[in-house]
Design a binder for this molecule. Structure first.
Ligand SMILES: CCCCC/C=C\CCC/C=C/CC(=O)SCCNC(=O)CCNC(=O)[C@H](O)C(C)(C)COP(=O)(O)OP(=O)(O)OC[C@H]1O[C@@H](n2cnc3c(N)ncnc32)[C@H](O)[C@@H]1OP(=O)(O)O
Length: 277
């Protein structure tokens, strides 16, 4: 943790040179009393390790604990990557105990972000595959950079794995059954333009995404909280309750699926290709 370094070291080491063990993993700022910005900061690609997921959850709770704050913008410190999704190394020849803990943390991350009383705006200024898309879909509103080379979607099948049932449900809820059926089967990654067409994102911008995200956060923050949160609970409550009831069953599915030798070989091959690239 950055806070474990001496004050002098904290001032003199460039943030770029810090290892992930020394980083805070996320940064929180408050551009105005009603708005928080939660910045993902786990180089190189903001992948979601067990510790990263736990840190995001802790940060959302910290922001929520201030009753004045009404909206939270989720952004990345990386100018080209929102999040590369789950940290694939967590699924590569893991111990069963770590793998199960990892998955419980991912479930908690989804449940916390999807159900927060805060209005959540995803400021997607870069690639957002798989778990990155999960983070974005868990927010209330998604704004993406129009840069044509960026990609967003659920590409799990390309790694030889499947999205868990609750991520599939979230995808169906967001873009509709037929598009989700095709997108999941093909592990499709959409360009920003395609993502807007299927309503995977709500808005595309050419200007810095964060500027528009902060404007939208202001709009969402101006809606009276009680009615806004009641509407959110009505729309999202069933999916949250369903996973709450099935959490341990889902951990079992995940563990058994990932520990299969064939799946392990697939993950190994995918990681090798990523590194070679
Ligand atoms: C029937 C019952 C079923 C039950 C099943 C239950 C559950 C299954 C769970 C499934 C859920 C999965 C969700 C996921 O999120 S899986 C992760 C998917 N993510 C990806 O495929 C993204 C992979 N990354 C990329 O495509 C690119 O890195 C990029 C994000 C487009 C950025 O490209 P670029 O800027 O060129 O960076 P590099 O590719 O060079 O990467 C730099 C560095 O980072 C490493 N890396 C990249 N992504 C990840 C990752 N997700 N996890 C860990 N590490 C990653 C990459 O290997 C490079 O490392 P080196 O510098 O060491 O080579």
């Amino acid at each position: 943790m950055l806070s474990r370094l001496s004050p002098l070291a904290q001032r003199t080491i460039s943030p770029r040179l810090l290892s992930n063990a020394q980083r805070t993993l996320v940064n929180i700022s408050y551009p105005s009393p009603k708005i928080a910005v939660l910045e993902l900061d786990r180089p190189p690609v903001n992948s979601l390790s067990l510790e990263m997921s736990a840190k995001i959850v802790e940060s959302i709770k910290e922001i929520e604990s201030n009753p004045e704050v009404q909206a939270m913008v989720l952004k990345s410190s990386n100018p080209k990557i929102f999040s590369a999704g789950l940290d694939i190394t967590e699924m590569n020849r893991p111990t069963v105990a770590r793998l199960e803990d990892f998955w419980r943390n991912i479930q908690t991350l989804f449940l916390t972000l999807y159900s927060t009383r805060l209005s959540t705006i995803a400021s997607i200024d870069g690639h957002s595959p798989a778990g990155g898309c999960l983070l974005a879909m868990s927010c209330d509103y998604r704004i993406m950079s129009a840069t044509p080379s960026y990609k967003i979607g659920l590409n799990e099948t390309k790694l030889g794995i499947a999205a868990p049932y609750w991520l599939k449900d979230l995808f169906v809820t967001t873009i509709g059954y037929r598009e989700a059926e095709v997108g999941l089967a093909l592990g499709k990654l959409y360009s920003p333009k395609e993502a807007l067409e299927i309503k995977l994102v709500d808005e595309l911008v050419d200007s810095p995404v964060i500027d528009v995200a902060l404007k939208r956060a202001d709009e969402w923050a101006s809606i009276p909280e009680k009615g806004r949160v009641a509407s959110k609970v009505m729309l999202r409550g069933a999916m949250i309750q369903d996973l709450e009831e099935k959490r341990e069953m889902d951990v079992g599915w995940f563990r058994d699926f990932i520990m299969e030798e064939g799946v392990q070989k697939g993950i190994e091959g995918y990681l090798k290709n990523l590194s070679k690239k």
